[in-house]
Design a protein around this ligand. Structure first.
Ligand SMILES: *Cc1c(COP(=O)(O)O)cnc(C)c1O
Length: 421
C-alpha cells in the first residue's frame, strides 16, 4: 500500500476506501458541513494549536509518560514492554484528548451548549468535564438501562454540572440515546455542538477525533526514540470505536517496520452475542451514519455485544480501522474476559499499575506476544486508561468476599458509625 494514501485520508467526503462517509437525514447535513468547514479552518490555526497544547499540558497533564515495564518484561523473558500511560491524565483516560479538542472547536464556532450520548458513561464523563471547564451548558443522553448500570458515572456527571437526560424509548440503551441526542441536535444546531466520543459516526467526526488523539502517538515516537534510540517493533492498543488506537497508531502508519495490532473484546469467546470482536464475523453495513463492519444478525440487525469492559462493548468499529485492516496495515486479534482479568491482575502485581479493563485487552495480547519474541524486540502498549473506575466489575468478576461483605454492610448502614464526621 502507498503510505502517502493513508496519511492524506479520508477523501473530501470522508471515505477511507469503501468505509466511512456520511449517511444522515438531510436535516443534519448542514450541521455536519458547518462542522467540517470550521474544523478545516481552525485545525492549522496557530492560536488554536497553542491553546490546545496548553490545555493538553496544563489541564490534562501531557505528555503522559512512556514507561518501561521492566518487571513484567523480565517475568515474561522476551521482548521489552513499554506502556504509554494515558491513565495518568485528567479523568484517567485518553478520552479527555478528543473532548478538549472538540470543546475548543465548539468555543471557536461560537456554540454555547454541548450535548453527547453515552452508553457506559465514560464519554459522558469526559464531555461533562470539558463542559465544566469551558462553561458550556451540557446535556448527556443516556438510556435508562445504562443509567442504572453506570450509577457512578451518572453521579460524577451531575457533580460536574451536566444534565443527564434519561432515555426511556426502545431498548433504553446507547442506540436510543444516540437517536435522542441527534433529535436534540437537529432542533438546536445553531447553539449546540454535538461532541462525539470515538473515531466513529458520519464525516468529519472520525477525522476530528483521530487528529485530536494523534498527540498520543506523536509523544510515543519521541519518547521511544529518546529511551531506545529506535522505533518499536510492535504497537498494541485495544479497539472499541477506535479513538485510542488511531491516536496511538496515526504517527506510525508510514513506518512499515512497526507492526500495528488492534485488540478487540473477545468476551466469553466468539459465540453470537458473547463478544464485541467486529473482525470475527462482523459484516459491512451502514449504522449511525457511517459505513464499516458491524456485528449483525442474518436480517442485518445490529447484534447484542458483550465485554467485561464497558468501553469496548460496541457493535461497530471506526471506518479508518476497517480500511487499515483490509489493507493489512493493522492486524486484529482479540482477548477474552478471562484473559483480560488475568492481565489486569498480573500488571497490578508486577508493576503496581491498575489498568482500565479496556486497556487490559492490549496488555493481555502483549503478554501473549512478548514471551514468543527475542529480548531485543520492543513492544509499545497503549494503556488508554486506569482501572479505578472498574472496581465494581473486577470485584464482582473475582467474586471477592471482602467486597461483597462491604457492599452488604454499606447498603444497610452506609458509612455512618465508621466515620466520625
Ligand atoms: C472508551 C474507552 C476505550 C474504547 O474506546 P476507543 O474509542 O476504541 O479508544 C478504551 N479505553 C478506555 C480507557 C476507554 O475509556
Amino acid at each position: 500500500m502507498n503510505p502517502k494514501m493513508i496519511t492524506t485520508m479520508p477523501d473530501e467526503r470522508g471515505h477511507f476506501g469503501e468505509f466511512g462517509g456520511r449517511y444522515v437525514p438531510e436535516m443534519l447535513a448542514p450541521a455536519l458541513d458547518e462542522l467540517a468547514e470550521a474544523y478545516e479552518k481552525w485545525k492549522n490555526d496557530e492560536q488554536f494549536q497553542q491553546e490546545l497544547n496548553d490545555l493538553y499540558r496544563n489541564y490534562s497533564g501531557r505528555p503522559t509518560p512512556l514507561y518501561f515495564a521492566g518487571n513484567l518484561s523480565k517475568q515474561l523473558g522476551g521482548a521489552k514492554i513499554y506502556l504509554k500511560q494515558e491513565g495518568l491524565g485528567q479523568t484517567g483516560a485518553h478520552k479527555i484528548n478528543h473532548a478538549l479538542g472538540q470543546a475548543l472547536l465548539a468555543q471557536k464556532m461560537g456554540k454555547q451548549r454541548i450535548i453527547a450520548e453515552t452508553g457506559a458513561g465514560q464519554h459522558g464523563l469526559a464531555t461533562a468535564t470539558v463542559a465544566a471547564k469551558f462553561g458550556f451548558d451540557c446535556t448527556i443522553y443516556m438510556g435508562e438501562v445504562d443509567v442504572k448500570r453506570q450509577a457512578t458515572n451518572v453521579f460524577w456527571m451531575r457533580q460536574l454540572g451536566a444534565k443527564v437526560e434519561v432515555v426511556t424509548e426502545g431498548t433504553k440503551t446507547l442506540k436510543d440515546a444516540v437517536n435522542a441526542a441527534l433529535k436534540d441536535w437537529m432542533w438546536n444546531v445553531a447553539t449546540t455542538y454535538f461532541l462525539l466520543g470515538s473515531t466513529v459516526g458520519p464525516h468529519p467526526y472520525p477525522t476530528i477525533v483521530r487528529d485530536f488523539q494523534s498527540i498520543v502517538g506523536v509523544e510515543t515516537k519521541q519518547q521511544i526514540l529518546e529511551q531506545e534510540g529506535r522505533l518499536p517493533d510492535y504497537m498494541i492498543a485495544c479497539v472499541g470505536g477506535g479513538s485510542n488506537s488511531m491516536g496511538f497508531f496515526n504517527a506510525f502508519l508510514d513506518e512499515t517496520g512497526v507492526q500495528l495490532i488492534g485488540v478487540e473484546a473477545g468476551g466469553k469467546g466468539i459465540i453470537p452475542g458473547g463478544h464485541a470482536a467486529r473482525f470475527q464475523g462482523g459484516r459491512l453495513g451502514v449504522v449511525e451514519g457511517y459505513k464499516s463492519y458491524f456485528l449483525q444478525d442474518d436480517d442485518g440487525q445490529v447484534m447484542k455485544t458483550h465485554s467485561v469492559s464497558a468501553g469496548l462493548d460496541y457493535a461497530g468499529v471506526g471506518p479508518q480501522l476497517a480500511y487499515l485492516q483490509q489493507q493489512k496495515r493493522v492486524q486484529f486479534v482479540y482477548a477474552t474476559d478471562n484473559e483480560v482479568i488475568e492481565a489486569f491482575r498480573r500488571l497490578a502485581r508486577t508493576e503496581g499499575i491498575l489498568p482500565a479493563l479496556e486497556s487490559a485487552h492490549a496488555v493481555a495480547h502483549a503478554i501473549k506476544l512478548a514471551g514468543q519474541l527475542p529480548q531485543d524486540k520492543i513492544i509499545a502498549v497503549n494503556l488508554s486508561g486506569r482501572g479505578d473506575k472498574d472496581i465494581f466489575i473486577v470485584a464482582d468478576y473475582l467474586n471477592d468476599q471482602y467486597w461483597k461483605d462491604f457492599c452488604a454492610r454499606y447498603s444497610e448502614y452506609g458509612l455512618s458509625g465508621e466515620y466520625d464526621g
